[in-house]
Write a protein that binds this ligand. Structure first.
Ligand code: PGA
Length: 241
């Protein structure tokens, strides 16, 4: 694991955007695995700036997102498709048809999970997968469990994740209770992984994920077994490393 500690959130985002930009320069037709949440927002801002400055070209890039809520349509401002359009896709020249997010409205969610896994496999899995981490150690929506889920699957969200996500909804009742997420096996097949961690409230989970035992109780700890992981943190999140 490579660990890059920046002074603050902005510095961490610059590091993240630079590493993604380097991936695009090395392989203009790369497959990016993308993530939602507050942490990547600043990274997407920097990427949009680089694009506006003429430094990046997304025209041959394909993307697969980690997850999507079950039951939210793409036009709902809390859906992850909406998030990606607003924070990145609509700001750069990636082609809409080259971007993929699980379909949370699929009638048959199990079939949608199989379709999404096959689509990701057909791409040969991401060249670079961007990840955030939940307070409980989740990556994507792979919550703490007895074992590591392998492939794309449907999950019931834990109470702590529902609480954490409720800040984006008008009321707790509106927070979806289920999601489709890439599995740990899907994530681990990415060639390179970029894990972004920011903020004082993430310092304990950062330590557990990076230095603690590898256990499905802390899903992100599995990344210790991946051959090419870069963790980017700000000083607040790195305080216990
Ligand atoms: P956050 O979420 O970036 O909004 O803290 C991270 C996650 O839950 O993966």
């Amino acid at each position: 694991m490579r660990i890059l500690i920046a002074k603050d959130y902005d510095g961490m985002c610059r590091n993240g955007a630079d590493l993604i930009a380097a991936q695009l320069l090395l392989k203009p037709n790369c497959v990016l695995g993308l993530a939602t949440g507050s942490t990547p927002c600043g990274i997407y801002d920097r990427l949009a700036e680089k694009y506006s400055a003429g430094e990046l070209d997304f025209s041959a890039v394909h993307s697969v997102n980690l997850d999507e809520y079950v039951g939210l349509p793409p036009e709902n401002d809390q859906s992850y498709r909406y998030f990606m359009q607003k924070n990145l896709f609509d700001r750069v020249n990636i082609r809409r048809e080259n971007t993929h997010v699980p379909n949370g409205l699929a009638e048959d969610i199990e079939a949608e999970c199989r379709r999404y896994e096959q689509l990701t496999a057909a791409y040969g899995y991401p060249d670079l997968q961007l990840l955030g981490i939940g307070l409980n150690g989740h990556i994507g929506f792979n919550e703490p469990d007895e074992s590591f889920p392998v492939a794309t699957h449907r999950v019931s969200l834990t109470e702590s994740t529902i609480q954490a996500n409720s800040r984006f909804f008008k009321s707790l009742d509106e927070v979806p209770r289920a999601a489709v997420t890439m599995g740990i096996g899907t994530i681990m097949r990415a060639r390179r992984i970029l894990l972004a961690i920011s903020g004082e409230n993430k310092k304990e989970i950062a330590r557990a994920a990076i230095l603690g035992p590898v256990t499905p109780r802390v899903p992100a700890s599995v990344l210790q077994l991946h051959p090419d992981v870069t963790v980017i943190l700000d000083e607040a999140a790195a305080a216990l490393l």
